[in-house]
Write a protein that binds this ligand. Sequence first.
Ligand code: CMC
Length: 405
Amino acid sequence: MWYKEAFSDRPPSTPEKEYQEAMTNGASAAAAPMKAGLEDVVVSTTEICFIDGHKGRLVYRGYDVDDLVAHSNFEEVVFLLFHGRLPNRKELEANAKTLSSTANRKLPPKLIAMLRQLPRKTTPMEALRTGVSALSAFDPDAADNSHEATLRKSMRLTAQLPTLVAAWERIRRGKAPVAPNPKLSLAANFVYMMSGKKPTELAAKTFDVALILHADHEFNASTFAARVTAATLSDVHSAVVSGIGALKGPLHGGANEQVMLMAQKIKDPAKAEAWIRKAIADKMRIMGFGHRVYRVEDPRAKHLRRLALELGKQAGSTANLEILETVARVVSTEKHIFPNVDLFSGAAYASMGIPTDQFTPIFAMSRVAGWAAHVLEQHGNNRLIRPRGEYTGAIDLKYVPLANR
Ligand code: CMC
């Protein structure tokens, strides 16, 4: 089997082996070895996404992400993730039409009114989390957890998230949201709704590639959170809200925002080397580097690096990218920790004038497709996900009445 070959160089102390040993020794399942952060623990089978962390390979439903970037588009990748195969022409057109229809992209006016009630300082990730939760209340299939209804809701969520992200950007700047344009692809329409102007071909292409690259990543923290929620037989909106909550943190999707804040702090490419050497000496955690699974550079980084360069040139400044390239050279050489997906994406978005705190919502706009695909898979063969904790606290304490404490 292909996955056995990919894992053939795994050290003998795999979670499975240790678990088997624990069971053979008469231990209960709860005594299986604890892995901090569930590192390398296999929690389920999946047919959606495969990562080879040693070779730096990412595969969606059997297709290498490099091939998808070269030949596909986000609408097709959504079909691939949801249905497990590439669409034929008719299916692709129908899928793109569903994702672009105004009925699916537009937000209920009451939801827009609700967004207007949020304080202006609400971060885009907070607004997105709140908005997705509220969308559930307006969804005609909210109470239906059948496969067909979950698929319809997943398509709607994928179509609605860009509108939600763009609407909050406009509202917090005191502007009216821009209505979605059904003639534009999901990527191009997002840029249009953010700025009110149709994007250049390069900007639309960049967004499309970024959406393909972020669409899924096996059992990453937010997908795991989404699957845990789905495994209680909760609905896809709730699972996506769980995913958004987990993605927000700086160790996960929030890292792309932190990378740009670092580049802004460094400011001048000529100062990047000294800055990063000091940061390493100070034992700082450098955002955009390292990964739980990849031991080499993240295969998505090279595409985003190239797009950041092209967009930087078009915008007349490649300073951010130059800073990040210097940081990457030093961190890779000194610490043997390599760029992940979050290192270069922000430099590309910044060249298009996208505010830094919108980088993580853009990640969510794409990952919603992965979360939803995992919800469909989880519901298709469900068992409650309920691990154990290894108790390290006190036991058998004698209760002391309040008056005696
Ligand atoms: N900067 C400095 N040191 C690091 C970094 C980093 N970015 N990443 C790992 N290390 C060091 C860490 O200090 C530790 O060293 P030591 O063993 O000497 O204490 C060792 O590498 C292992 O680190 P860890 O935190 O135990 O590794 P992990 O697998 O738990 O963490 C990670 C993975 C992604 C959270 C971590 O690499 C990190 O914090 N990176 C920065 C945040 C980031 O870029 N996150 C995005 C991840 S990829 C896309 C996504 O999920 O959104």
